[in-house]
Design a protein around this ligand. Sequence first.
Ligand code: NAD
Ligand code: TYD
Length: 356
Amino acid sequence: MRNFKTIIVTGGAGFIGSNFIRHIFEKSGYAGNVVNLDKLTYAGNLMSVGDIEKQYGGKRYFFERADICDFDSVTAVLKKYDADCVVHFAAESHVDRSILGPAEFVRTNLNGTFTMLEAVRSMWKDRKDVLFHHISTDEVFGSLGDQGYFFEDTPYDPRSPYSASKAGSDHLVMAYYHTYGLPVTLSNCSNNYGPYHFPEKLIPLMILNLFEEKPLPVYGDGMNVRDWLFVADHASAIYRIITDGNIGDKYNVGGENERPNIEVVNLLCEVAADKMGRPKDYYKKLITYVKDRPGHDRRYAINCDKLKKELGWKQSVTFDQGLALTVEWYMNNKEWVESVRSGEYRKWIDTNYDAR
Ligand code: NAD
Ligand code: TYD
């Protein structure tokens, strides 16, 4: 089992990164330091790690505002903390935004990952007691028909600017392993859901619209299928991989929980109705079919047997449990929700950090 002194988490103020940092401190037994390196884009919110800052800030948890595309800044952070592990989440993550503005996706996901790789290569040289773990998506494998699954060796076939930029970053990571011997691991996961999810993505968007009885926009015929993974389960998988995964290996992480979008939205309506004391079908009248996303991938489904067999990982919640926990979280965390929806969290960042 590998044990690190200082883990740099890029994108630790985002959805999955913040949940991963919480997992490290509260569940994993890890005793070292964590540095959250984040540029704080629209998706980065330090409120998502407010509890961690309060308890561990300045002792075992540190925040550094930096852009992963800026070699000097990244190198300075790596040196300052003498980091021996990087867990790389930072990215532009929303497919719809990548359709409207692909340039930022190429810059952050491709050039940013390249810059991170160059920075660790120049810092770590030939060290073998270090690790660069790259977080990627199952979307790099393309779109499935009614049958079949993505395996670790499924050929890449990305179809959106987002998935193409992630595919390119995955190839760079593997190239650094093969060419320079950089110790790397890589994981491709399915759609995450859970607390601290930015409300532009399907599940949090639907939850917040439900609370306000606004329309629930379902793209196309609602029959596109995604595999849903509870974010805390993803966090535990990543920790298993960085401590025990084979160097140079890829691992698929999935919820083994495929659902057409319309089924997810119907379930959310029922969970919300139950929590709000409404009749079961009360919110379903809000479902509104809207114009489809261009190039909308039809189905994703992931086989994660390798992670389960080799590293003994498994999911901890069913989809019903995960959805109930998620709806409850959004009901009980109005301050976070309001600050994100109103943009107040941005003002806080601009007051406390230099505008970039
Ligand atoms: P997110 O959009 O919630 O957070 C991204 C974080 O990265 C933010 O805190 C943002 O400020 C930071 N960031 C963006 N550009 C940066 C830059 N140039 N320099 C430094 N920081 C920067 O994303 P997420 O949903 O938490 O996704 C995290 C990772 O997981 C991404 O690599 C994404 O591709 C991957 N992934 C996500 C999902 C999902 O369902 N959310 C599924 C598969 C893979
Ligand atoms: P999303 O959360 O954007 O994740 P991804 O595109 O990475 O899978 O979308 C999940 C699915 O939900 C996807 O098939 C698109 C669909 N969707 C809607 O139907 N309505 C919406 O408002 C959003 C944001 C997504």
